[in-house]
Design a protein around this ligand. Structure first.
Ligand SMILES: [Zn+2]
Length: 213
């Protein structure tokens, strides 16, 4: 599958649209839109490609990664999929927004389908493998498109860094172990598409990321 990236909100959060050109189905991952201008960006892309959104997935339930869920539900009738272990965060998304001083009051996350390690999400002829990478939050997941050769890492792994572990349910050792065992074992040329900042590759992170080199 192909993938497109959009960067939204004060956190510079990356929203991804993965799509299968053969069937025109797509999945929207971590929608971070805060207003109609943001929404117009992503809708224009979806319409220009003639895509049909069939999944809404949150890599984890921090406010910057779920704040656009309500727009996607209203536009496409999709409810979020994600880990049950982050449900306590999604239920408190408005408290999270208030803690960061945000005026936007996002929709409380009601997960429709629980995703667990080893699950596969089908998007047309494509597949996203669900990899549990806890530590930034208890229910953080990464999404791996083996055929496409890319990995959407949420806030687990960034170019040259890893996610913070000082938020509720975070744990540094758990995160480092999960990245080592689940992500850095993928092929070196796998493109890393993180929740914030520029893309990288697994090989580059193995050699240059200070947490792993
Ligand atoms: Zn996060």
């Amino acid at each position: 599958m192909k993938v497109a990236v959009f960067t939204f909100n004060d956190f510079g959060e990356n929203t991804y649209v993965v799509y299968d050109s053969a069937t025109s189905q797509c999945a929207i991952i971590d929608p971070g839109m805060v207003d109609n201008t943001d929404v117009a960006h992503i809708v224009r892309f979806i319409d220009s490609k003639g895509l049909q959104p069939v999944h809404l997935i949150n890599t984890h339930q921090h406010v910057d990664h779920v704040m656009g869920n309500g727009f996607i539900r209203q536009l496409y009738g999709l409810s979020p999929e994600g880990s049950r272990k982050d449900e306590f965060l999604g239920q408190r998304v408005r408290e999270q927004a208030a803690a960061f001083g945000m005026r936007h009051a996002p929709e409380i996350v009601e997960i429709s389908t629980y995703l667990e390690d080893g699950d596969e999400v089908r998007v047309g002829n494509g597949r996203l493998q669900v990899l549990a990478v806890p530590g930034h939050s208890p229910g953080s997941i990464a999404l791996y498109d083996q055929e496409g050769g890319y990995l959407i890492t949420g806030d687990a792994l960034f170019q040259g860094s890893i996610g913070r572990t000082d938020l509720p349910g975070g744990d540094f050792d758990t995160l480092v172990y999960a990245i080592r065992s689940k992500l850095l074992t993928l092929p070196d040329d796998t493109v890393v598409l993180p929740g914030h900042g520029p893309s990288s590759t697994i090989g580059s992170e193995k050699h240059h990321n200070p947490y792993f080199r």
